[in-house]
Every structure is written in C-alpha cells, then in structure tokens.
Design a protein around this ligand. Structure first.
Ligand code: ADP
Length: 241
C-alpha cells in the first residue's frame, strides 16, 4: 500500500523579478513502512517536496495523494524555550485537541524510552542538542503520525550525537511501522537509514537515480561497518559528483 504518491508534479516560485523552476515533472511513491531518503544538491527543492507532501506548498501541475497523518521534524527543534520539556510535548496536541489522560501516559512512556524522565521539568536550554532533538521527536510522536517527514533533522548535532539520535529515530520508525521521508545531504546518513534512496538533479529537481538499500535487519551503526556501505557510498558519490 502506498502512503504517499506524487505524480508528475511541477512547482515554480514566482516573485516580481523572476520565475524559479524548482520541481520538474517529479514522481515518487512511498510504501507503508518504507524509509525513503531524498538526496541532492543544496537549493534543488528537497524541502519544497516535503512541504508539498505536508500540504504547506501548492503545486502547479500533477497529483498528490497522501494516506495518513503527517508528523514533521526539522533541522531546528523548534522547542518553546519558556516551556518545560513536559509542556513542550503537548504543543502539537494543544492546538488541535484537549489533552487526555492517555496522552499524559504516552508522554511519560516516551520520556522513559528516550531517557528523559529526569529532565521532565527542565527548560530546553538546560538540555544538550541531542536531548533537545529527542524531545522534538517525542513531541512529533505525540500526535500519532503514520508518516514522518524529516528535513535534515540531525544536521545541527555533532557527529557522535547525530549517529545516536538517528539510531533512535530509525528504531522508532521501524518499531512503530511508520513511513518516513528523509531529506538529507549526508550520503552516509541516507545509506544507514533508508530502504531506498532517491537522487535528485540540480534545480529544477528531477529524479536522476534510485537505489534500493538492503543490509538486512541491522542497526544504522552496524551498517557503517558493513562492506556494502562503501559500495553504496561510492556509487552515490559518483552520481552526485
Ligand atoms: P533544498 O531543500 O534542496 O535546499 P528548497 O526546497 O529549500 O531546496 O529550495 C529550492 C529553491 O527554492 C531555493 O532556491 C530556494 O531559495 C527557493 N525557495 C524555497 N522556498 C521558497 C519560497 N517560499 N519562495 C520563493 N523561493 C523559494
């Protein structure tokens, strides 16, 4: 079953001076439970694709079908600095519904799972970058999404934290059987997290290549030391070089 289908979509941004063609006749299907990474040069339209899927940006041509509830995670955690970690978790829910007891139970379970119970009453500024991003992940999960859109969610983190947090996110996606679309310019991250990698051209973005990534059931960290890793890396490096 497909969770996301983009069919022949095109998008240009207009301002007084110019027309910027960003996406050119792009098609993409993402199956339930799949993690798809979108890799391509900076400024090619990767974030625009996620914004289109989220319904935040209109397309000029083509069709979009999204089957499921979307959770969106960005490079910056967008936590409210004046609210405690615990209060931050309910922001997505406060806007839409009233907070139920089951939400509170879920928040506590997730805080336990991600080792953040002791920081429940802390302010975001008292946490490390990795912890903040874990809080942002929990907040996204609180709205019970089945499709996660991840826009460079680890790029503000140092490399060690980045690997740890991406491991957590990977486990969550697979355990909860979520569907995910990850935008990244980090090839290693794409290889270790994705089931499939889509390589985009320079703007206007077209799909130039697609790789099925198959390591079997091992963690992102284990993938980094698997001989297949370098094989994939070399191929993708040459595509985008
Ligand atoms: P990427 O995520 O691949 O870096 P983006 O989708 O963010 O690329 O942007 C693609 C291009 O579209 C860039 O040149 C960017 O400046 C431009 N762009 C993005 N959003 C808008 C907007 N709302 N209005 C005008 N131009 C935009």
């Amino acid at each position: 079953m497909n969770r996301v289908v983009l069919k022949n979509i095109s998008k240009s941004y207009y301002n007084q001076k110019q027309v910027l063609d960003v996406i050119d006749n792009l098609s993409l299907e993402v199956k339930e439970g799949e993690i798809v990474a979108i890799v391509g040069p900076s400024g090619t339209g990767k974030s625009t694709i996620l914004n289109i899927i989220a319904g935040l940006v209109d397309i000029d041509n083509g069709n979009i079908c999204v089957d499921g509830k979307i959770g969106y995670m960005f490079q910056h955690d967008l936590l409210f600095d004046w609210k405690t970690v615990y209060k931050n978790l309910f922001i997505g829910l406060e806007i839409k519904d009233k907070i139920k007891n089951t939400d509170k139970i879920k928040a506590m379970k997730l805080l336990e799972k991600y080792d953040l119970v002791d920081f429940k009453t802390s302010l975001p500024k008292e946490l490390s970058g990795g912890m903040r991003q874990r809080v942002a992940l929990i907040r996204t999960l609180m709205t019970n999404p089945n499709i996660l859109l991840l826009d460079e969610p680890f790029s503000a983190l140092d490399s060690q934290t980045r690997i740890k947090v991406s491991n957590d996110v990977y486990r969550t996606i697979k355990d909860e059987k979520l569907t995910a679309i990850l935008v990244t310019h980090d090839i290693a991250e794409a290889i270790t997290l994705a089931d499939r990698i889509i390589i985009l051209s320079k703007r206007p973005a077209k799909v130039i290549k697609e790789y099925i990534i198959n390591f079997g059931d091992i963690s992102p960290l284990e993938k980094r030391t698997n001989p297949l890793f370098l094989e994939y890396f070399d191929k993708i490096w040459n595509d985008i070089a």
